[in-house]
Write a protein that binds this ligand. Sequence first.
Ligand SMILES: [Zn+2]
Length: 278
Amino acid sequence: MLRQVADGVLIHESEFCQSNAVVVHGPAGVLLIDPGVHDHEMAGLANDLRELGQPVAAGFSTHPHWDHLLWHAGLGSAPRYGTARCAAAVRDELSDAGWKARIAEWIPPDIVEQISWDLFGLMTGLPAETARIPWDGPQVRIVEHQAHAPGHAALLIEERGVLVAGDMLSDVLIPMLDLDDTADPIEDYLAGLRVLEGAADGVDVLVPGHGSVGGADQVRARIDQDRAYVTALRDDAHALSDPRVGPSAAHGWEWVGGVHERQLQGLAQRTERDGTPG
Ligand SMILES: [Zn+2]
């Protein structure tokens, strides 16, 4: 169930939206990035790690969206990190007494049933500008940028040639802009892509938060594809041609077209409200 994608780096793919949990081996346990969604899947992951004799030494959430903030008791009580902005957004969300119901509204009912909220979002924000995840395994560089969600971070495991992209650079999901938390979601997203581009040299394995793992050739290709999508949103959405939207969407991902439509509406509403594009 765990699949090796690089030396000492394994992934577990969830049934939910092809979510990828990433396991990085260290000398005294593993770093676990975005552990998963279904409770039974995380229990299985905990079992696998136990059988390998690998406790979880640290956790990390790439961004403050529900599908990246879950945890299972069997994974233990290691510190779970995120960027300072990510942790602040989670804290905000959990300070509302009705948080569970509010988040659950976004989740298909059959999935909600398979989720445990017990250890949801219990994380430690790393001080702003923290360069690396504090743990004793391979160095993991935090590549933070303001795209998709507040405090979104990709992770670069340089010595393994792996870039964990969070919810960017997916082959199945279009760039989903953060329309609520930023003054200029389109330009922020493009800036985020430039940050990823700057970190992409020497990357052999790209692991998106959702979708297929890509090889070296995919890094540049997906950055270009995401940039073309976002640029089209800015300049001329009618000219958009993206394989992830419309009849060419992957099987099971036809709903991404709806995400695209809602995104267009959201941007149009912002323009009306602010009188400025984007
Ligand atoms: Zn996600």
